[in-house]
Design a protein around this ligand. Structure first.
Ligand code: NAP
Length: 256
């Protein structure tokens, strides 16, 4: 018996087997879910190869969250494989590392900031709205943040995009709650994924975690994050929405 037995789940944002989305897809399958995954553009071929490394090969959908045609076609694309969705994982972010990250806060140009906010925050709303006709009472949306209540070294405009994501999640919780749809985020500690490696100076954050997280932190292990995502997708949190669950070894609770 798995906590996701019989659930149909879309995980958006899987590129490599290091992706948090991949770990979530794997654990969801291990817990009994029928999983679809998505990615966009040139990396789609990589995602199709990576999909074969899951316990059960997952169908791969093409979804650029900034493409209105992709969003409009998502319901039909999902229905080719399953007749609805019980869960959606938003594991998507992008900010130009050359102009927005690694200490470039005071220089970041608006066009790039706008792209970062659209891909990393507004897209949670876009994905939720596109999937809404597929979801019913008891469904769950889960996104991923990096604690946006404080300023971090290197994270710069991605931190601002994450602050927007965190409040987008609360407004989705407000507007989808009456349909019985929950929306929550997992705030993960630093993990060595493609997105993280693209951030100049991200290793400084990783080294802070190794000394301050009371439970310790393994930045190569996305499994604890995947487990929290799947717990929030499951029926174990029926009255929880608009929440941010920290999976960071306890770092966020320490003052120093
Ligand atoms: P990742 O493997 O690079 O995943 C990010 C995904 O977003 C990639 O699959 C990427 O596709 C996709 N993406 C970018 N632009 C997109 C668009 N326009 N439409 C659709 N998909 C798009 O990195 P990750 O670390 O697992 O990131 C997953 C989530 O976790 C992100 O929200 C990230 O901010 C969050 N998070 C990460 C950490 C960490 O330390 N790694 C910590 C806390 C939270 P391409 O690869 O093809 O560009």
């Amino acid at each position: 018996m798995g906590i996701l037995d019989g659930k149909r789940i879309l995980v958006a944002g899987v590129t490599m087997d290091k992706s948090i989305g991949f770990a979530a897809a794997r654990f969801a399958q291990e817990q009994g879910a029928e999983v679809l995954i998505s990615n966009f553009g040139r990396a789609l071929g990589i995602t199709r190869r990576i999909a074969k490394r899951l316990p059960k090969e997952a169908p791969v959908l093409e979804l650029d969250v900034t493409d209105e045609d992709h969003l409009a076609g998502l319901e039909a694309a999902v229905r080719e494989h399953v007749d609805g969705l019980d869960g959606v994982v938003h594991s998507i972010a992008y900010g130009n590392p050359e102009t927005l990250l690694g200490g470039k806060f005071l220089e970041g140009p608006w066009d790039d900031v706008a792209q970062a906010v659209q891909v990393s925050a507004y897209s949670l709303r876009s994905l939720a709205v596109a999937c809404r006709p597929l979801m019913g009472e008891g469904s769950s949306i889960v996104g991923l943040t990096f604690d946006a209540t404080v300023a971090w070294p290197a994270y710069d405009w991605m931190g601002v995009a994450k602050a927007a994501l965190e409040n987008t999640s609360r407004y989705l919780a407000r507007d989808l709650g009456p349909d019985g749809i929950r929306c929550n985020l997992v705030s993960a500690g630093p993990l060595k994924t493609l997105a993280a490696k693209a951030i100049p100076g991200f290793e400084d954050l990783e080294s802070m975690w190794s000394t301050r997280a009371p439970l310790g932190w393994d930045e190569t292990d996305a499994d604890p994050t995947a487990r929290a995502i799947c717990a929030l997708l499951s029926d174990l949190f029926p009255a929880t929405t608009g929440e941010i669950v920290h999976v960071d070894g306890g770092f966020h609770a320490m003052g120093a």
